[in-house]
Write a protein that binds this ligand. Sequence first.
Ligand code: TYM
Length: 332
Amino acid sequence: MTRKRVLSGIQPTHDSFHLGNYLGAVKQWVELQKEHDAFYCVVDLHALTVETDPALLRKRTLVSAAQLIALGVDPDKCTLFLQSHIAEHNQLGWIMECLTGFGEASRMTQFKDKSQKSGSDRTVVGLFTYPMLQAADILLYQADLVPVGEDQRQHIELTRDLAGRFNSRYGATFQIPEAYIMKAGAKINDLQDPTSKMSKSAASMQGVIEIMDSPEINAKKIKSSMTDTGREVRFDEKEKPGISNLLTIHSSLSGRSISELENEFEGKGYGDFKSAVAEVVVDYLAPIRTRTLELLADESALVEILRVGAAKARVVASETLVKTYKNLGIVT
Ligand code: TYM
């Protein structure tokens, strides 16, 4: 039996991934690579929708690849590569743009949110066509599953629509992918504003746990996180969003169930609970940070891993592009 295909991507827009990226997505990448034919990429072209200094983009791309490996993405078990190394992403991206309605693209909530924040004069066209490039990332590899956090659901829906539309107009070409979204961890919230998602673009980083931050800083952020009224450590997203978020984080990292944790902290206050969460997070992240720094110390070895990954990815991507061109009537 052939293994199912998996594809996912992550943007190198910051110096560190945060806990939401890991628990919402990368943790599943690591699980899925065991039994699936997995393709994972750092989507550096998507990161160009935000103006970045070239030296910083380079640094962040490498730190992203290193963090993925340190978090358990294993280049011997999956194909790990940079999006920009495979020209077919842009080529299929154009075809996806020609298939997408203007109104359909205008309804993407991430585009609406981001463009509203920066105003139309400062919003680049690439932000508008972003989901079509994302669709190309997925469809090029004929992915069955796309492990992502909840915030990507709409982009995966669009990808499914585009694949179905292409297949019905031009004949079976693309596998229709499915979003793979875990219940726990699909939305990790900000520690200071526990009803909003933890995000790289948060106004303040006080509520964002970054993998590359020092253990001291992360412990402090957790201990000073916003909690709710009352004293009881109980999972209740409506009444206790702060405590529920911390319970999700603890449970996802320690592997212990939420109800087990509720029992353990029965009768104890928020302070004890937060200290325990801080300990779990720090113990989990410290070796990952160290390993990331080790990988970054040998940059040429890291780049070589990405080159090997690109060579594997290119085989699949070019096959899909040739098929797509043929079905479209492009002379090949
Ligand atoms: P990006 O780089 O913003 O985020 C990477 C992954 O992290 C997940 N995530 C979260 N999950 C739970 N809680 C949070 N607070 C949280 N914040 C982020 C995201 O859902 C994502 O899975 N458009 C994508 C990148 C992309 C992609 C693709 C993904 C480009 N091409 C193809 C899958 C397939 C993005 O911006 O992810």
